[in-house]
Design a protein around this ligand. Structure first.
Ligand code: SF4
Ligand code: SF4
Length: 339
């Protein structure tokens, strides 16, 4: 069984339009880094030490730890996030971009919280683009105002993922509590129109839906709904659940097991490593490096960019524990779908 965590599907000519954008980020140094990172992964999986000093391939910046919505399975939306409600400062972002951009290809400007609530989101995104990073923003779509649309186009942001779970308001509001499907659709449509007017390819507009019990019956119609409302691609994503009580699993899990990350009988999976921890540098709003996006509560603070945390001992120990069979997995890895 293939567990779907998030597949992209083009709506039309998307791969031909957007592949060249990705190719523009290629440099010899970045390619060599990917190659050696893969070699490190192989060594670690064989139980050996990683011989090469490799850098992050993707940087991920949490621009905001606050949100305007109250999604029930989100630490931020339910107020359970264990860090200061704040926005990442531009100087923190600059230090991170500076530390990683010679080797990284991709900048993901999201984690928890709504990134476009950060008043500096466009400045930070612009810096990423100036460093030739393929720049992606994931938004709930409530801040697609006229001025933000202009910035998305002007700063040539590569991809905008808009979370839209369901094709009608009743379904959408089951998860995006406090949100308005109408408002999101109106913003997305305007962005698509402005791209046409200015003859711009970027940003690629991706409509993303969580596949849950309420949205799964709409999956067949999702692509045409997305196309009609300005999307270039769609993405279907399985749901990560905090509350894994049987009642909650029954409420959210889709019947199609391909999209289920959990079921009531499933035990934690013993991991022996993953490539993500070797390739993604994820920083929270306060500039703390954490192992990956499964650490939503930021339990594993590996240090910050000033401390050169990517090459620090805390990260090394985390990786050793993850790849070694002699030690227990870090807790966040138990329900992870990454290999
Ligand atoms: S929109 Fe995103 S950050 Fe905001 S509450 Fe929902 S899942 Fe959380
Ligand atoms: S949770 Fe663990 S196994 Fe999964 S991606 Fe993160 S570090 Fe890797």
């Amino acid at each position: 069984m293939i567990l779907v965590t998030g597949n992209y599907e083009p709506v039309g000519m998307t791969p031909f339009l957007y592949l060249p954008e990705m190719l523009k980020t290629i440099t010899l140094r970045r390619c060599a880094n990917v190659f050696f990172a893969f070699l490190n992964y192989i060594f670690l999986r064989l139980g050996l030490k990683a011989p090469f000093k490799t850098h992050a391939i993707t940087i991920s910046l949490e621009l905001s730890s606050v949100c305007n919505l109250n999604c029930p399975e989100c630490a931020c939306g339910t107020g359970k996030i264990n860090r200061q409600p704040q926005f990442m400062l531009p100087e923190t972002a600059t230090a991170i971009i500076k530390a990683h951009s010679r080797y990284a290809f991709i900048a993901q400007l999201f984690f928890q919280g709504e990134p476009m609530m950060n008043p500096h989101w466009a400045t930070i995104a612009n810096q990423c683009r100036a460093s030739k990073l393929f720049t992606i923003i994931n938004t709930n779509g409530h801040f697609l105002t006229d001025s933000n649309i202009v910035k998305l186009i002007k700063f040539d942001i590569n991809r905008l993922i808009v979370s839209i779970d369901g094709i009608d308001s009743a379904t959408y509001e089951k998860y995006r509590r406090g949100g308005s499907l109408e408002k999101v659709i109106s913003g997305a449509k305007k962005l698509a129109q402005q791209k046409k007017i200015y003859r711009k390819k970027n940003p690629e507009i991706v409509f993303q839906t969580l596949v849950n019990k309420h949205t799964e019956s709409q999956l067949n119609d999702y692509k045409s709904f997305a196309k009609k409302n300005g999307a270039d691609s769609v993405r279907k994503k399985s749901m990560q659940l905090y509350d894994r009580t049987p009642e909650n699993l029954i409420f959210w899990l889709p019947t199609n097991t391909q999209y289920q990350r959990y079921n009531s009988s499933k035990r934690p999976i013993r991991k022996t490593g993953c490539f993500r921890v070797l390739s993604v540098a994820l920083y929270t709003t306060n500039g703390a490096l954490i192992p990956c996006c499964f650490d939503k509560a930021a339990k594993f603070n590996l240090g910050n960019v000033e401390q050169n945390a990517w090459f620090g001992d805390t990260r090394k120990t985390f990786i050793q524990n993850l790849f070694s069979l002699k030690t227990a997995n870090p807790e966040i890895c138990n329900y992870c779908t990454e290999f």
